[in-house]
Design a protein around this ligand. Structure first.
Ligand code: TXA
Ligand code: MG
Length: 305
């Protein structure tokens, strides 16, 4: 049974956890200012406490009260909010985002989601809601209500059904700190889109650190083999493009990166349920959304990003 946004807001105010649908993936949400509730998120996910959470707010004005936004941060917010972009800025007012939510850092990650149900929950609650992806730590993020309930539904007082997540990949995380802008996690907003607003981003290794970028992440139980040209014995092949593999298991039969992103975690989960010897994945071009898709695939396969 799906909870309403009002019921979810009441659960948050009571210090309980919720399942929050967003346009990227389902989140496991709590009142960002309630340290006990935030601790319950880390416990339910089995997430290391050094990995900070994203605070979700209703609009850019609310965001700029929590974080210190310079002209670059304002420009990115203006261009991509509401939507699948997370901005990491210096913390400005920590009174509604507890230390544990930020893993003790003097910066804060903030996002204004576009999903109408997420927006309804945020409006009804009236404060920042921390929400990591609703998977248990290290597993693929849930992009359907059923998958979210299966992952961490046991821990919540209100589970809100917002349908299937249209983007299917987590938000792009960009830090704007000390006058430098860095891409910490590729995501639904592409590098080109970010650079069209802020100019060229620093190359690899130059950026700020993202504590959550563990090597093995987003991984199903079956071993994942990337850049595969054909399935080996016992493997399921997730194809990409016309005529590659079984269409039922194709990330996108037409070779559309947005469709592949929307299908990626759902198909990894469905393939895993068949208990195959392995999951093979066809090459996906690195351009546009491909950067984020390949980032998640390399991590699912256990390569250091
Ligand atoms: O699309 C999304 O972003 C989803 C939905 C639910 O909004 N949420 C999500 O949260 O993916 P999570 O916790 O799975 O990923 C948050 C990422 C982690 O890599 C974390 O390390 C990074 O954001 N992060 C959070 N605060 C940070 C900070 N202050 N500095 C650097 N990285 C930070
Ligand atoms: Mg996650």
């Amino acid at each position: 049974m799906s909870a309403t946004p009002d019921e979810a807001a009441r659960a948050l105010a009571d210090g309980a956890l919720i399942l929050l649908p967003t346009e990227t993936v389902y989140g496991l949400g709590a009142d960002a200012g309630n340290a006990e509730a935030v601790a319950a998120i880390f416990a339910a996910k089995g997430r290391p406490r050094f990995n900070p959470l994203i605070s979700h707010v209703a609009d850019a004005e609310a965001a700029a009260r929590i974080g210190a936004f310079d002209a670059t941060a304002h420009a990115l917010a203006q261009a991509f909010w509401p939507g699948p972009l997370t901005l990491v800025t210096p913390i400005r007012d920590a009174s509604h985002v507890c230390d544990l939510a930020r893993a003790g850092l003097d910066s804060v990650a903030i996002r204004v989601p576009a999903h109408p149900t997420a927006r309804a929950v945020l409006a009804a609650f009236g404060g920042p809601v921390v929400a990591p992806s609703a998977n248990r730590s290290g597993r693929p993020s849930p992009t359907t209500f059923a998958d979210a309930v299966e992952e961490t539904g046991f821990a919540v007082a209100a589970a809100v059904d917002g349908g299937d997540c249209q983007v299917g990949l987590e938000s792009t995380v960009v830090s704007v700190l000390d006058g430098q802008t860095a891409l910490l996690r590729p995501g639904a907003v592409t590098r080109d889109q970010i650079e069209s607003v802020v100019g060229p981003l620093a190359g690899g290794g130059q950026g700020h650190r993202s504590p959550g970028r563990l090597a093995l992440h987003y991984a199903p139980d079956a071993p994942v083999r990337i850049e595969a040209t054909a399935a080996r014995a016992g493997e399921i092949l997730l194809g990409f493009g016309p005529g590659v593999g079984d269409p039922r298991w194709s990330l996108s039969p037409s070779g559309d990166p947005a469709q592949a992103a929307a299908n990626l975690f759902r198909l990894l989960r469905e393939a895993d349920r068949q208990r195959p010897a392995g999951i093979a994945v066809s090459p996906v071009p690195q351009t546009g959304l491909g950067e984020a898709i390949n980032d998640r695939l390399r991590r699912a396969a256990g390569f250091v990003g």
